[in-house]
Design a protein around this ligand. Structure first.
Ligand SMILES: NC(=O)c1ccc[n+]([C@@H]2O[C@H](COP(=O)([O-])OP(=O)(O)OC[C@H]3O[C@@H](n4cnc5c(N)ncnc54)[C@H](O)[C@@H]3O)[C@@H](O)[C@H]2O)c1
Length: 358
């Protein structure tokens, strides 16, 4: 295992402010800046502002995936330069996956790398985006085309941000949580589905925290064994070959579909292909599809746009020699990476997605 992965450091905490203070005291950065988006500045930063000195520079950008572009990164670099950020400084990313992806990327290349920490404020960022060291921005309308593999110095996970998190953002997080469970273990999958269906409305954060811890561990397992995503880490991309294409397609139509929700629909398509080419059980596929639809609702992609989805899929970073690569499942917990899928598989599964979610 790569030794610098010793830095893989995630703290689940009930005393976030104190823990940040202790961390800052031990690191003693030459300068500290915060990167956040408008909503997180309003709802999240104030909850932990006592952890930082008053007057700390805060860079705030507009929320929304359409801002995950190089223009935002240039603005951040300018802000860093104005605030004399150097390699002994610290960048603190406070927000969802948008903030941790952009802030992490901007920090990872400024002056060849400024240390940064992530304080994720969405469910999705806590279980996925903030940990694992993938940073980046979209480019040319395609997801995450520019980025680095750079671990944060630290990730702090706390539920104090959840009281303002909109319902649909929880749902998006559940999309990735379901994916983690499906690639890892059937009992985890059953537990997550049962929680979403039966307990979530109660906002039982204690129970949710224990699911978050499990989900973070699943991600950690794959990241630690294959940091640069050459092999087993591909498993985490289950649902994403279609999912990223859906996200880009709906973004371009100005009707954004949240990342985790896109992944949930991607799971349906990739399970359909798993039934076709691997030995995934057809009845289990139908059961999971019904569960996903009952949680995330219906989706419809006009047949005339199937080719557009295919074009987006062709831009996936995992592809080689113009072939579309996809992770499939033999069963829950047994993934098979690097399957080549054909155009007709894409069209058939999109057709199936439309009919099954009608
Ligand atoms: N790097 C990775 O490994 C990885 C993994 C998965 C997803 N991602 C990326 O993460 C991004 C999606 O992240 P996300 O789902 O966290 O979305 P997001 O960061 O866009 O946040 C969603 C919305 O919720 C708001 N918000 C965040 N926290 C809040 C809070 N506590 N209270 C009120 N509002 C709050 C944000 O301002 C935003 O409007 C995508 O760009 C995706 O590509 C990255």
């Amino acid at each position: 295992m790569n030794t610098f992965l010793n830095k893989y450091d995630i703290t689940h905490t009930d005393s976030l402010v104190d823990d940040i203070k202790v961390f800052l005291r031990s690191l003693k950065p030459s300068a500290t800046i915060i990167i956040t988006d408008i909503n997180c500045r309003k709802f999240c930063c104030k909850k932990i502002k006592s952890a930082f000195y008053s007057g700390i520079p805060v860079f705030t950008f507009r929320s929304g995936e359409s801002n995950k572009v190089m223009k935002t990164v240039y603005d951040i670099w300018r802000f860093m330069a104005e605030n004399e950020v150097d390699r002994s400084s610290l960048v603190v990313n406070i927000g969802g996956g948008l903030v941790t992806d952009i802030g992490g990327f901007a920090a990872s290349v400024f002056k060849r790398g400024i240390p940064f920490i992530n304080i994720p404020t969405t469910l999705l960022a806590q279980i996925d985006a903030s940990a694992g060291g993938k940073t980046g921005v979209n480019f040319g309308g395609y997801k995450n085309q520019i980025g680095t593999f750079t671990l944060p110095e630290k990730v702090f996970i706390s539920d104090i941000f959840f009281d303002t998190l909109p319902e649909d953002e929880f749902l998006s997080g559940f999309g990735e949580m379901i994916k983690h469970a499906l690639i890892y273990d059937k009992s985890d999958y059953d537990e997550v589905i049962s929680f979403i269906k039966n307990d979530f409305s109660e906002k039982d954060f204690k129970k949710l925290n224990s699911l978050i811890k499990k989900s973070v561990k699943i991600k950690e397992y794959f990241v630690k064994n294959d940091f640069k995503d050459k092999g087993i880490r591909n498993t985490l991309n289950f649902g994403h070959t279609f999912g990223h294409a859906f996200e880009s397609y709906f973004l371009q139509k100005s009707a954004p579909l949240k990342h985790g929700v896109s992944v949930a629909y991607g799971i349906i398509c990739e399970l359909f292909i798993s039934v076709k080419y691997r030995k995934f059980d057809k009845n289990l596929f139908i059961k999971i599809t019904k569960e996903i639809v009952s949680i995330f609702g219906k989706i419809s992609i006009p047949e005339k746009d199937f080719k557009k989805i295919l074009e987006y899929m062709k831009q996936d970073k995992k592809n080689k020699n113009g072939m579309i690569y996809c992770t499939l499942l033999d069963t829950i917990g047994t993934a098979v990476n690097k399957n080549i899928i054909r155009e007709e598989d894409v069209f058939e599964s999109l057709y199936k997605l439309n009919t099954l979610t009608k």
